[in-house]
Ligand binder design. Structure first.
Ligand code: ADP
Ligand code: ZN
Length: 626
């Protein structure tokens, strides 16, 4: 075996090439995407600006150069709550890492400062406010610094929702440490933010590295709301049992009630929203990170802090306000590159509610117009009948050459039907009732219902009364929703959300235009028939025969993690366990060949896992002997 005992010695860094560190410290065989070029830039002392999607592998871009250069790498991150986990993960890989933040007492902080001064630290994580204290800056000036990494760099943008005033002052690093290379990293895609980062962080000379924003391992699925609880339950039980995930809802009430309902259904579900006490929020976040298979039901307040690699699904029970928000929220799934699912359920009421919010939001007319445009783009993505990923990436100015094959419209091309006749009925009914009523009433009239309101307005007298009895209420809602989204109808928030016709209706009413609409799935897709559910599970599914070993590997990981008080993924990621399951390494050399196992993890965890694998090996040998 090659020198796994070789320990890094300060001053002997030259023999530690980035590739050597990648293999021996992190246990990976090759760089991904721009990683190598970014690392080389920093190792050579130049600055870089890195835009990479979540899960793209940003951390290695500064961790490896910090290890390859002499001195300590300083990582500036706004997420105090996560520093500890990041540091644990590095320590498990044998890196001398630490953090300085307000959770440490004076002596602990002093100890870390001493380590820094002695040159014993390879990576130090700091919150910006800590860094900017004159005392810290003085300290850093006396230490040897390998580089500065500014994580979540979009926090300098005053337009984004993660703005941190402290970030603006980070430009001082350039003046105070002109020789030290700096790298700013973010997963925020748009041009304006990129320009702002370069400008505000004084990174004019930095090389820009812009990766593709595609997240191929995320399967995008957007389904009309039919019976959302049943749809969610179906999704969770048939595809996501035992998996960690996030479920987003718009309101705190809905978060509470959904979490409660899921608990009653036997799921480990926790609510998270800004109305909960700080303690409870921290506790729920902690459990999400440390335990396996926890589902957090949350408002968007559960955001940037979720640095968990093995989130297997993100579900939206309400429509996000914009494609940007949708992309960012779904992006929290599958950071580890393993298959993950983004499921969005949306219905007519979402369209109405958000149109109303956009129209009545505070701000100028221009602002409202922009909100409306953002919402329309989101709705367009929902109703599209071609590849979702293509549309999503096009929104961020990226062209995908072929359809993705991993979204619902690619996997199950949506059926459409000629809805011209139905649309005309709906339009005339809206017209005959005076364009004064919301969808519920219009649909009642169409279906010939007998309600208080219908009697009150004598709508039984209308020529359109009962002409739509052949379609269900759900079907009419789906038609209405699609006509609103496509601009044939509008919802007037100033008149009790009354449905109104737009100019676009004319050709349809004159039979000059045909309308193809999506057919409404009769029931939640793939109901409890037990069939057809294999598709999206397939990539993560474990063969029946392997389940006992898989469970044993996970149990061992859990107990090792608990002993050390770290999340399970700090021991090994799912992908590493899965590779162990298929490769069945029998000795240390074979173990080292597994992705995610470097020298230090082998030394720490190799033996217990090898022992477990050997036990299973001899068990199955015993069986084949009978
Ligand atoms: P980001 O910070 O961009 O969201 P991370 O740095 O957390 O992404 O990396 C995402 C995942 O990819 C992690 O599990 C990481 O270990 C893994 N990873 C990163 N680079 C590589 C690589 N070159 N080979 C294999 N796995 C990698
Ligand atoms: Zn697709």
């Amino acid at each position: 075996m090659t020198d796994i005992t070789a320990s890094p010695v300060a001053g002997a860094r030259d023999d530690r090439s980035p590739h050597y560190i990648l293999e021996h410290t992190f246990g990976y065989t090759g760089f991904r995407g721009d990683q190598q070029a970014i690392i080389d830039t920093l190792v050579n002392g130049a600055d870089a600006l890195v835009l990479m999607p979540t899960g793209g592998g940003k951390s290695l871009c500064y961790q490896i150069p910090a290890l390859a250069r002499s001195g300590c790498g300083i990582v500036i991150s706004p997420l105090i709550a996560l520093m500890q986990d990041q540091v644990e993960a590095l320590r498990a890989a044998g890196v001398s890492a630490a953090f300085l933040n307000s959770s440490l007492d004076f002596r602990e902080a002093q100890d870390i400062e001493d380590q820094l001064m002695r040159g014993d630290l390879e990576l130090l994580y700091l919150a910006p406010e800590r860094l900017l204290q004159p005392r810290t800056l003085d300290l850093l000036e006396r230490a040897e610094i390998a580089l500065f990494a500014i994580d979540e760099a979009h926090c300098v943008s005053q337009w984004g929702h993660d703005f941190r005033a402290d970030y603006l002052q980070l430009s001082c690093l350039h003046q105070r440490f002109p020789q030290v290379p700096r790298v700013a990293l973010t997963a925020t895609a748009d041009q304006r933010t990129r320009r702002e980062i370069a400008q505000r962080l004084d990174l004019a000379e930095a090389r820009h590295f812009v990766s593709s924003f595609d997240r191929p391992n995320i399967q995008y699925r957007i389904a009309p709301k039919n019976n959302p609880k049943r749809q969610l339950l179906q999704f969770l039980t048939s595809e996501q049992l035992g998996n960690a995930g996030v479920i987003y809802c718009l309101s705190r009430n809905k978060v509470e009630s959904t979490a409660q309902w899921l608990q009653q259904q036997g799921f480990n579900a926790l609510p998270y929203h800004a109305g909960l006490s700080t303690n409870m929020r921290a506790e729920h976040q902690r459990r999400f990170l440390r335990e396996e298979g926890v589902i957090v039901v949350a408002t968007i307040a559960f955001g940037m802090g979720i640095d968990k690699p093995d989130v297997r699904f993100v579900a939206h029970l309400d429509l996000p306000k914009s494609v940007e928000a949708y992309y960012q929220e779904t992006g929290r799934a599958g950071r580890d590159g393993e298959p993950a699912t983004a499921l969005l359920l949306y219905g007519l009421e979402d369209v109405v509610k958000l149109s109303q919010m956009a129209a009545t939001s505070e701000g100028s007319e221009e602002h409202k117009r922009q909100e409306r445009q953002r919402l329309d783009a989101m709705l367009g993505l929902c109703e599209i009948t071609s590849c979702r990923r293509k549309a999503l990436l096009r929104y961020f100015n990226e062209e995908l050459t072929a359809d993705c094959g991993n979204c619902d419209t690619c996997l199950e091309p949506p059926a459409t039907w000629d809805a011209s006749d139905a649309a005309r009925k709906l339009m005339s009914c809206i017209y005959r009732t005076g364009q004064r009523f919301g969808a519920a009433h219009v649909i009642d009239v169409l279906r010939g219902a007998d309600t208080e309101k219908i009697r009150q307005f004598q709508h039984t007298q209308l020529s359109t009364y009962g002409i739509g009895a052949d379609l269900s209420g759900n079907e009419w809602r789906a038609i209405t929703r699609q006509l609103v989204v496509r601009g044939y109808l509008q919802v007037n928030p100033e008149a009790f959300n009354a449905l109104q016709l737009t100019e676009q209706c004319r050709p349809v009413l004159r039979s000059e235009e045909n309308l193809q609409l999506r057919t409404l799935p009769k029931a939640p897709p793939k109901t409890a028939k037990g069939s057809g559910e294999s598709r999206s599970r397939a990539p993560v599914e474990i063969a029946d025969a392997d389940i006992p070993l898989w469970d044993a590997l996970r149990a061992l990981r859990k107990s090792l993690a608990e002993e050390r008080g770290v999340p399970p993924y700090v021991v090994f990621h799912d992908a590493t366990l899965r590779e162990m399951l298929s490769a069945r390494p029998r000795n240390e050399a074979e173990m080292l060949a597994i992705s995610g196992i470097g020298d230090s993890k082998l030394a720490r965890f190799g033996e217990p896992f090898l022992t477990l694998l050997r036990e299973f090996e001899s068990d199955s040998a015993a069986h084949t002997d009978d």
